[in-house]
Design a protein around this ligand. Structure first.
Ligand SMILES: Nc1ncnc2c1ncn2[C@@H]1O[C@H](COP(=O)(O)OP(=O)(O)OP(=O)(O)O)[C@@H](O)[C@H]1O
Ligand SMILES: [Mg+2]
Length: 265
């Protein structure tokens, strides 16, 4: 079980599309949390076809905090269904409804991170779309709860140059945490033109995810284009399913190793 944070350098490489594709194919119960501090409501407007969140999501989380209600118990109530009638539950925590509300979360991120940990303890994995790495990195309260951070990038020089600028901020943040949180890369469109091994070597960080470029599938996921029949069984979602399984196994095995080491101390 795991809390995984997905982020990127500037350039919109596809964090939201990747996080959504993973959430729709994840092998266990999962919550996709939109914690992007540059809010755009892409999932509500796109894949959920303009669904009205009814205020549920980070706005109602902030309200619960203001009213002193315990987030650990009620986080699930602030979420929306991503899919229906499936044995695996896939829920969505909608993001900020107003850009100005982001400031309020300075004191809420760590409470939210703790609530993610509680879900994790109940057998629900959490995929966090943290948006872009800011000048101050990512919210520390979220990083503390994470089992892994995945920096999503394209394999183009432009995208890799931006990642080179911003990845050190996250590395520094993770280095300052009392817990060991692994950092990995997720590549959207490997070999276009740089290959995964080259990128791993250049950054000294392993690639834990590779997804192909597929404009049609991305259109369905984030542009609200009509979902073709058997979309979930098509090539792109098949790849996403295989990658979701691999990623969840990698994170779990890292976590098991960490727990074993802690147990020995
Ligand atoms: N695997 C993919 N294949 C083709 N196009 C993609 C893929 N993933 C994302 N895209 C496209 O790239 C654009 C940016 O995607 P997305 O919104 O997921 O990026 P982002 O990194 O979350 O951006 P932002 O920084 O704005 O939040 C969209 O037009 C999306 O359809
Ligand atoms: Mg996004």
């Amino acid at each position: 079980m795991a809390v995984i944070i997905l982020t990127s350098a500037p350039g919109a490489p596809g964090v939201t599309t990747t996080a959504l594709a993973l959430a729709l194919t994840w092998p266990r119960h999962v919550l996709l949390a939109d914690c992007d501090r540059d809010p755009s409501q892409v999932v509500l407007a796109g894949y959920l076809r303009g669904m009205d969140s009814g205020g549920r999501g980070l706005p109602s989380v902030a309200q619960a905090q203001r009213e002193g209600r315990p987030l650990d118990d009620e986080l699930w109530l602030h979420t929306l269904p991503l899919t229906e009638d499936e044995p695996i539950e896939r829920r969505f925590l909608a993001g900020f409804a107003q850009p100005a509300a982001v400031r309020l979360f300075d004191t809420i991120w760590s409470r939210l991170g703790e609530a993610f940990d509680v879900l994790d303890g109940r057998g629900i994995d959490v995929l966090v779309d943290a948006g872009r790495i800011g000048t101050n990195g990512l919210p520390t309260g979220l990083l503390t709860s994470a089992d892994a951070v995945l920096a999503v990038t394209r394999s183009s020089l432009r995208s890799l140059a931006a990642l080179r600028l911003h990845l050190p901020t996250v590395k520094d943040q993770l280095g300052g945490l009392p817990v060991d949180v692994p950092l990995a890369i997720g590549i959207v469109g490997p070999d276009q033109p740089y290959g995964t091994r080259d990128i791993e070597k250049q950054f000294g960080v392993p690639a834990w995810l590779e997804l192909p470029l597929n404009a049609r599938a991305a259109g369905v996921l984030t542009e609200g284009e009509p979902e073709p029949r058997r979309f979930g069984e098509q090539l792109f979602m098949g790849r996403a399913r295989a990658q979701a399984k691999r990623l969840s196994e990698l994170v779990q095995s890292r976590r098991a190793t960490r727990e074993e080491l802690v147990g020995r101390v």
